[in-house]
Design a protein around this ligand. Structure first.
Ligand code: SF4
Length: 331
């Protein structure tokens, strides 16, 4: 057994203290023959500190495409030639999407908009949309609307938005290679205000943007320092027309190492499989991840790419004897 896994067993599994940057790096560098041992340990950590429940979430795009920012992985940027055009969803469609999400057994419904930050029009849509959802559907509402001002944070709390997603995307030292229209620190400021407001913080990122293994470890450590309630872990699904459209996908074994390493860095967080798992790991990878530290999934489609049908994921959870987290347990 490699030394790092012994250390993780004592420190993370027994005491619930996550690995530091150096420890994460050691997991990311484990030889192939120790990947299954790392995943097994990450699974034990998840069962011990989070339990067997899996949180299921649906996402809907309130405003798609036409974003003024230049995140190099994103097909919703209006600055690239990617084929996603600006579209707004109306309130009845938003409510219908929330109903469909609730029907899958999901407890979370996240409203997403491709913007630098919300303008008055978007905040008005949110006010009306969240109220309409709350009147019609029993589900928790989360939001992801870019960078916020303090008054917008306060307003979202007032509306009853319980969790806010804002991804740091990658580590601080690599961020400027991926985004030039705003800074890592600006994202961090929003996260700090969200945390102070009492909303749950959801913050993760994308692996495979060209960052080094060391920078992957740096990212895990920076996320752990933020201590988010939830971490969505994406793997780059290169989108045609974006500056990262030609990047290779993350090697499946590296993706599994990363899943184990991020869980060992953050024993208590909700670690969610988000986009890119299908092309990086294939169908089998979903099972491997859920037995390797992942305890939340997004059902149905992602924002600009198709995911697996919800029924397949729910059948898999049933097969693995992992109950879907119930709404009553989260309210
Ligand atoms: S990641 Fe968000 S902020 Fe960046 S271009 Fe895409 S929609 Fe805009």
């Amino acid at each position: 057994m490699p030394e790092i896994l012994d250390l993780a067993r004592n420190q993370v599994l027994e005491r619930g203290v996550g690995l530091d940057e150096e420890g994460v790096l050691a997991v990311l560098r484990l030889p192939d023959e120790h990947i299954s041992g790392a995943l097994q340990l990450a699974h034990e950590v998840r069962m011990r500190w989070c339990g067997p429940e899996v949180e299921v979430e649906g996402i809907v795009s309130l405003k798609t495409g036409g974003c003024p920012e230049d995140c190099h992985f994103c097909s919703q940027s209006g600055l690239f030639t990617s084929p996603v055009r600006s579209v707004w969803l109306d309130i009845p469609s938003l409510v219908e999407a929330a109903k469909q999400t609730a029907a899958t057994g999901a407890t979370e419904f996240c409203i997403v908009a491709a913007v630098r930050g919300p303008d008055e029009r978007l905040m008005k849509q949110m006010r009306e949309g969240v109220a309409a959802i709350k009147a019609a559907v029993d589900i928790q509402v989360a939001a992801s609307l870019g960078m916020l001002s303090q008054s917008q944070v306060d307003e979202l709390v007032e509306m009853g938005v319980h969790r806010y997603n804002h991804n740091l995307e990658t580590c601080r030292s690599y961020f400027a290679n991926v985004v030039t229209t705003h800074t890592w620190e600006e994202r961090w400021d929003t996260l700090r205000m969200v945390r102070d407001s009492g909303m749950e913080v959801c913050c993760g990122g994308i692996l495979g943007l060209g960052e080094s293994i060391e920078q992957r470890a740096e990212f895990a450590a920076q996320l752990a320092a933020l201590d988010p309630h939830e971490v969505p872990l994406n793997f780059l699904n290169p989108r045609p027309g974006t500056p990262l459209g030609d990047r290779p996908v993350v090697d499946g074994k590296d993706a599994l190492r990363a899943i184990a390493a991020f869980r060992l860095a953050m024993p208590r967080t909700i670690l969610r499989y988000a986009g890119g798992r299908e092309i990086t790991l294939g169908d089998l990878g979903t099972r491997d991840g859920l037995l390797g530290g992942i305890n939340a999934v997004i059902v149905g489609n992602y924002l600009t790419t198709l995911g697996r049908p919800a029924e397949e994921d729910l059948a898999l959870l049933d097969d693995l004897k992992m109950p879907v987290k119930a709404l009553s347990a989260t309210l």
